[in-house]
Design a protein around this ligand. Structure first.
Ligand code: 3UK
Length: 535
């Protein structure tokens, strides 16, 4: 395949062939041509085939058609190439809340043959520096309102010399765009040219950069959406995950655009904001995290019988209690799916008709999954082991020794403990390092959390193992109560008895501490390690 990359950094730092996962392209939709640019497929094609007038993106005060987005992306691509000296293969850091300009910048990078390094708005200078240095980032496009942390990072990023700001009071990127034409010849990249360097939201350690090709972007559009989500061109997508989190990029940009639908982008997407925006825009497809569904459920009766028809949960295990609550309040069965930055998007899921409480689902078309022991051998049904998966996408860490931990014998090992039931459904247990061992019993943190969440006074909770002289570890729960509930010793006893009545009594939390909030990543994941070690 003929790479369009002049800057060969990505290709030079791919994991060795032997350390890469096996890739599967069994579905007809996964037979990609040698030359492929995802911007041609997701954006240019719609305009070329006469769909340029269709609505693409909405945000506060903004309505862009596909033709509008293409024109913006083309102007930015011209600025990148002609003003900022970008050559194909260069890495471009993107820093913004979810808004149409961020999407235009992302497509501009794709069109120019660059590699997008999208970063979460809440990241600080230290993390931005780590990513820019590791990715040898040369360019940055940044929302002016988030300039401060990037500017603090720049002195430590000698290669990052070309920075342009948008959405600011001063004429930055927009002024440069106005001087450039709205046409641009999308670079003819190879289908295996890297176009995304996505850093894992990781709960510990140095961030890992995962590399994804143009064909990987199209592969995720060909697998989960048509088989599980089944969207139409009239759907209006909405959600909370940042576009720097591949859950958000897929759910709010790639998937809607793959069917010529539209998306509503929210810079702030608390559960309350989300609910208001769903009603205001008549949104039909919602992407958010399990905790957000739980909080939204309190007011979500207003959504019943409305426009919303599909609700997707990912990022963390979906408690059966949250699935039941959402269905009771809204009448909608949640679509759960496990994805990972390494895999780009969801690989095990179930549509509404096949949803089972407590199970994530089955491997989606295009992927295969199994549960293995420490030697990599499949374990029998109903036995807990490590989740192993293969498909058209997979883990390629940028120059990282941890590649050998994630990929073994061609399988991607996600770090999750799972079991498969007699019907082939995959049941999440915990992260493999979140198993609590107390008096010789294996106890999965999420199982205890699920049991606590069934109690009406529990808003949120996090369960960890703490060292104990007698039992090795004991189960400790951090609990956020619903507004108005009292954090009393009587409540501790009540919650303990409640758990004992719902799961095997040895799993009950011997210690309970009340908190006003729990530590979470920007992607909504509970940071159990911060409960274990607050420093
Ligand atoms: C956990 C889940 C149980 C699991 C992601 C959808 O979360 C995403 O990517 P990350 O790299 O984290 C991956 C890890 O998160 N997880 C995610 N979804 C579920 N656990 N049930 C789920 N439904 O530990 C996994 O290994 O941040 C999710 C799409 C794209 C993504 N990047």
């Amino acid at each position: 395949m003929i790479s369009a990359h002049i800057d060969t950094f990505a290709r030079d730092h791919l994991p060795a062939a032997a350390d890469q996962p096996e890739f599967l392209f069994d579905l007809p939709a996964l037979r990609f041509p040698a030359q492929l640019n995802c911007a041609t497929e997701l954006l240019d094609r719609h305009v070329a085939e006469g769909r340029g007038g269709r609505l693409c993106l909405q945000a506060e005060g903004i309505r862009w058609t596909y033709a509008d987005l293409q024109a913006q992306a083309n102007r930015i691509a011209n600025v990148l190439v002609n003003d900022l000296g970008l050559v194909p293969g260069n890495r471009v850091l993107l820093r913004s809340a979810n808004n149409p300009m961020l999407v235009a910048c992302w497509f501009a990078v794709m069109k120019a043959g660059g590699i997008a390094v999208a970063t979460m708005p809440l990241l600080r200078a230290k993390e931005l520096t780590q990513m820019a240095v590791k990715g040898e980032v040369t360019h940055a496009l940044c929302d002016a309102r988030l300039a401060e942390e990037l500017q603090l990072a720049l002195p430590a990023c000698p290669l990052l010399t070309q920075v342009s700001y948008f959405n600011g009071k001063e004429a930055g990127l927009e002024a440069a765009m106005a001087r450039r034409p709205a046409t641009f010849d999308t670079v003819a990249t190879a289908s295996d040219d890297t176009c995304i360097l996505a850093f894992t939201s990781g709960t510990t350690g140095e961030p890992k950069g995962t590399m994804h090709y143009h064909r990987d972007v199209m592969a995720i559009c060909a697998c989960w959406p048509p088989h599980i989500l089944k969207p139409t061109a009239d759907d209006i997508f909405i959600g909370s995950p940042p576009l720097a989190f591949t859950f958000g990029l897929g759910g709010l940009v790639l998937f809607p655009m793959s069917v010529c639908a539209s998306a509503v982008l929210l810079e702030k997407a608390t559960p309350g904001d989300l609910q208001d925006a769903i009603l205001d825009h008549g949104a039909t497809v919602l992407f958010t995290a399990p905790t957000s569904y739980r909080v939204m459920a309190q007011r979500a009766a207003a959504l019943r019988g409305g426009t919303l028809r599909k609700c997707v949960s990912a990022g963390e295990a979906l408690p059966a209690a949250t699935r039941a609550l959402w269905r009771e309040v809204t009448g909608i069965e949640l679509i759960d799916g496990i994805g990972a930055t390494e895999m780009l998007h969801i690989f095990i899921s179930a549509d509404e008709a096949h949803a089972r409480p407590g199970a994530t689902g089955k491997a989606i078309p295009g992927y295969v999954a199994r549960v293995v022991d420490d030697a990599g051998e499949p374990v029998p049904a109903n036995t807990v082991g490590k989740l192993a998966v293969k498909g058209p996408t997979g883990c390629r860490y940028l120059a990282d020794a941890r590649q050998k931990q994630y990929v073994k014998n061609g399988w991607n090992l996600t770090g999750d403990a799972y079991l498969v039931d007699d019907d082939g459904y995959f049941h999440y247990q915990s992260r493999t390092d979140d198993m609590i061992i107390s008096s010789g019993y294996n106890i999965a943190s999420p199982e205890v959390e699920d049991a606590l969440l069934l109690h009406p006074q529990v808003a949120e909770c996090g369960v960890i193992g703490v060292a104990d002289a007698e039992r090795g570890q004991i189960v400790k729960a951090y609990v956020v109560l619903q507004p108005g509930a009292a954090p009393t010793p009587a409540m501790v006893t009540e919650l303990q008895e409640f758990v004992k009545a719902n799961v095997a009594p040895y799993k009950y939390p011997r210690a309970i501490e009340f908190r006003s909030s729990l530590p979470r990543t920007e992607t909504g994941k509970l940071q159990r390690f911060r409960l274990r070690d607050p420093a």
